[in-house]
Design a protein around this ligand. Sequence first.
Ligand SMILES: *[C@@H]1O[C@H](CO)[C@@H](O)[C@H](O)[C@H]1NC(C)=O
Ligand SMILES: *[C@@H]1O[C@H](CO)[C@@H](O)[C@H](O)[C@H]1NC(C)=O
Length: 214
Amino acid sequence: MVLDRFLVLPLLLSLLFLSLATGLVQDFCVADLSKEDTPAGYPCKPVSEIGYCDFVFSGLATPGNTSNLIKAAVTPAFVSQFPAVNGLSISAARLDLAVGGVIPLHTHPRGSELLVVIEGNITAGLISSSNDVYVAKLHAGDTMIFPQGLLHFQINSGNSPVVAFVSLSSPDPGIQITALSLFSNNLPSEIVEAVTFLDDAEVKKLKKLLGGSG
Ligand SMILES: *[C@@H]1O[C@H](CO)[C@@H](O)[C@H](O)[C@H]1NC(C)=O
Ligand SMILES: *[C@@H]1O[C@H](CO)[C@@H](O)[C@H](O)[C@H]1NC(C)=O
């Protein structure tokens, strides 16, 4: 009996987390952002407080501000902005790239990305874990998939602004930009140099550009 209890409790707990994560026992779980996030997502807002507007997000209607170093903006509709995606394996974002704009090499640790080009031309690419490179020129209406966790990038390769939308297979896919990981924090320069084979001058230059120290 004692053994049973030890077996049943973890089973029940994992079923609970599974159902939170996949919505098996309820239609939806709109996030209550005032509560603590958990590995299975946020706790649910009470159904009695939910209306149609919980399921609508208008934040992607507005172009992002591209007056920045990368001449580009990512406007997210992840769980923090759009609580209705909580517990569902989906979210979205809008990409705006001014002429010359670039979304630098990055990964989404928790989701695959489906990109749809609405306006302009994009040169996009991904690098597989065997370091094979797949680069494509995309035009309005083209769709490209970037599998979970793989390094990828988008460049405005045309002569007018780019608008694109992406959907990601996680309510909170995360975004890790390689250049920022290396040069915008306090990882000591000698370590950055050792792990990248870049020389000291180049590392210091990039740290200065991207706000890193050390
Ligand atoms: C866009 O960002 C720049 C730089 O931060 C800022 O100066 C400018 O006012 C912003 N433009 C808009 C429309 O918010
Ligand atoms: C996009 O590419 C096509 C084909 O290369 C070209 O005809 C068109 O002018 C380009 N559009 C922009 C906005 O650069």
